[in-house]
Design a protein around this ligand. Structure first.
Ligand SMILES: [Mg+2]
Length: 302
């Protein structure tokens, strides 16, 4: 039973664990004030779905708490926002089962519930020495999209593909479910590859080496900024791709899926014994020299 009572009643499937994740998006922090209702809605749902992917979960239900300033509390903005929610909910077959609306600065808070068979969830803590590090899709799209958005006023860069990647990143649900039983650890890339792979390393008590030459960077992003695209891929964040590790005995299974075109991922590095202190992730450039890792951060608006 969904919306209409004081709480939702859900029946989880038999023999499944519930996975619960919440994420809040605030105007001028996680999206610019110029974003349309639809863009805010698709981004909010997609980033929450990405956390389900990181866990290897099948998303099922969500609640939505919407805080709206007076100037947005009109039927045109709400219709646009609702269309975005409906589009993504339909695409991923998830149901809105509850929520809340209040007045205040524009904030969208979503709680997502999903299911995963016990012992098949993907977690950050399973990476082991000798594992290979993979990422899905392209890296740097999110940061390039952000750049496109911030540059609209001086109109030096614009790209529908990159705007779409920022406002409607594609949660890797299908891939994550394929990775059950294959990946030893997994995370979604929200803060940037180095930061998020660092989270896997910390949770698994290991270190990682990444090779810049193996980073999957889209051609349009390379063209947009040959000087910055590697930094975007390493530190930009907002890609909502998966970074995962695979042990040697599972590589064949993964490569079969990749070669068969069923899964889009590429190897970018390896897992090693943890060193004492410092960043657990080492990035080697095309000359195999370590690059400085002082750019971890997050671009905020406003
Ligand atoms: Mg996450």
């Amino acid at each position: 039973m969904g919306i209409g009572d004081d709480g939702a009643l859900i029946n989880p499937s038999d023999n499944q664990q519930l996975v619960v994740a919440s994420d809040t998006l605030v105007e001028d922090v996680h999206f610019p004030a110029a974003a349309t209702g639809r863009q805010v809605a698709t981004r909010a749902l997609c980033v929450n779905l990405s956390d389900m992917a990181a866990m290897g979960a099948q998303p099922r239900w969500f609640t939505l708490a919407l805080t709206l300033p007076e100037e947005r509390a009109n039927s045109a903005w709400l219709a646009d926002f609702s269309a975005g929610i409906a589009e993504i909910a339909k695409q991923f077959d998830i149901a809105l089962v509850g929520g809340d609306t209040t007045s205040g600065p524009l904030t969208v808070s979503i709680t997502m519930l999903g299911e995963v068979p016990p012992a098949e969830s993907l977690q950050r803590s399973g990476a082991a020495v000798g594992d290979s590090v993979f990422v899905t899709g392209y890296l740097g799209d999110g940061a390039a999209g952000l750049k496109s958005i911030s540059s609209i006023n001086n109109s030096c860069i614009n790209s529908d593909r990159l705007l779409q990647r920022f406002y409607a990143p594609q949660p890797q649900i299908k891939t994550a479910i394929q990775l059950r039983g294959i990946a030893s650890a997994c995370i979604d890339i929200s803060d940037g590859l180095v930061a998020d792979l660092g989270h896997i390393c910390q949770a698994s008590a290991v270190a990682a080496t990444v090779y810049t030459q193996q980073l999957p960077i889209a051609e349009d992003v390379r063209k947009l900024s040959p000087n910055n695209c590697i930094d975007w891929a390493l530190f930009g964040g907002d890609d909502y791709q998966l970074c995962f590790t695979v042990s040697a005995d599972k590589i064949d299974k993964l490569e079969q899926l990749i070669d068969g075109g069923e899964l889009n991922a590429c190897k970018i590095g390896t897992i090693q014994i943890a060193a004492d202190g410092g960043c657990p992730v080492t990035v080697l450039d095309s000359n195999n020299s370590p690059i400085a890792l002082n750019k971890q951060g997050y671009d905020h608006f406003g």
